[in-house]
Write a protein that binds this ligand. Structure first.
Ligand code: CUA
Length: 330
């Protein structure tokens, strides 16, 4: 029977699902920690109520109605149906509200703009003033994509926006989700407490590739964060050669920027330091020249719904040259 096929051996497998880079149960941020505590308290309360309801149901099927007065029944309904739930729910509400000021704390770290766009994340470090909301969010600053670096122990301010539809920014291990909405700027304070690499996702259905709209969050020391932003601010390491020439000739620069070259498109991700990122396609594939070439040939083959057009009609030698060049832009 099922009891034998579902051996206790499956328990570690279940528990393993609670750890890892995308788990709210393996918190690496202050907000995730308070969400986790709230979850366990609510789970405990739900278990107690569930046991009570099941216990009373079992009792009701066996009890002899003649042995109970109507007054007992009415008392049970008043206490079990109104008084106790009111006390429990009021306590949870008060506790939840008390938690909120903590989640709206002032930032003391860097200000970073993050724009959810179909189907990737535009990220800008070191923005000045308020970001614009008209088209895409960042106001100046150093652009990157799909990989958000944060200094550990600091409260970084994330300014969220979108040029197209509503997306939702969620890094389960660090903080709860916040929507990225066209025409407005939402603020979110992230306070990571442990260095490491975490997964983020888009948590609002936004189109074909919604499920493939991921990103990485890299939490490092403050010194490493400063060094990272300083390196990202530099122009591309290699700006000439076969790959760069083909990239420009084929018009890739109409959508992509590679700083240090004439390519200054703003539609797609900034590729100036693409090889320094762990993934391409918004968390989808490891950044290697072979994967970049596959993406150029047919983005939708790699990522259904991707908005970049396919370039399979280019000679294979050109695709390889472009992918090799991009794959060297660290
Ligand atoms: Cu973006 Cu779902």
């Amino acid at each position: 029977g099922w009891a034998r096929s579902v051996s206790p051996g499956f328990l570690p497998v279940l528990a393993a699902g609670c750890a890892g880079p995308q788990s709210a149960f393996d918190g690496a941020g202050t907000e995730a920690a308070s969400v986790e505590t709230l979850f366990w308290i609510m789970l405990a309360g739900a278990v107690v109520i569930w046991l009570l309801v099941i216990g009373l149901s079992v009792y009701a099927t066996r009890a002899n109605p003649a042995a109970h007065s109507e007054a007992t029944g009415i008392r049970l309904i008043i206490w079990g149906g109104a008084v106790v739930p009111t006390i429990v729910l009021a306590a949870l509400l008060v506790w939840g509200l008390a938690m909120m000021p903590d989640l709206r704390r002032e930032a003391d770290g860097p200000k970073i703009a993050v724009s959810g766009e179909r189907f990737w994340w535009r990220i800008a470090y070191g923005i000045e003033g308020e970001p614009g909301v008209a088209k895409s969010l960042p106001a100046g600053g150093v652009e990157s994509a799909n990989e958000l670096w944060l200094p550990v122990g600091r409260r970084s301010e994330i300014l969220l926006g979108s040029p197209d539809v509503i997306h939702s920014f969620w890094v389960p291990a660090i903080a709860g989700k916040t929507d990225a909405i066209p025409g407005r700027v939402n603020r979110l304070v992230l306070e990571p407490t442990r260095e490491g690499v975490y997964n983020g996702v888009c948590a609002e259905f936004c189109g074909d590739a919604h499920a493939q709209m991921g990103f990485r969050v890299v939490v490092v020391s403050e010194a490493d964060y400063a060094r990272y932003v300083e390196i990202q601010a530099r122009p591309a390491a290699v700006t000439e050669g076969e790959g760069a020439a083909r990239f420009l000739e084929r018009g890739c620069g109409a959508c992509h920027t590679v700083r240090g070259t004439p390519a200054d498109g703003a539609v797609g991700p900034d590729l100036t330091h693409i090889a320094s990122r762990r993934t391409i396609g918004a968390g989808l594939l490891e950044t290697t020249p072979a994967n970049i070439a596959a993406f150029i040939r047919s983005p939708t083959h790699v990522k259904p719904g991707a908005e970049m057009p396919a370039f399979a009609m280019l000679p294979e030698a050109e695709i390889t040259a472009i992918a090799d060049w991009l794959g060297a832009l660290r």
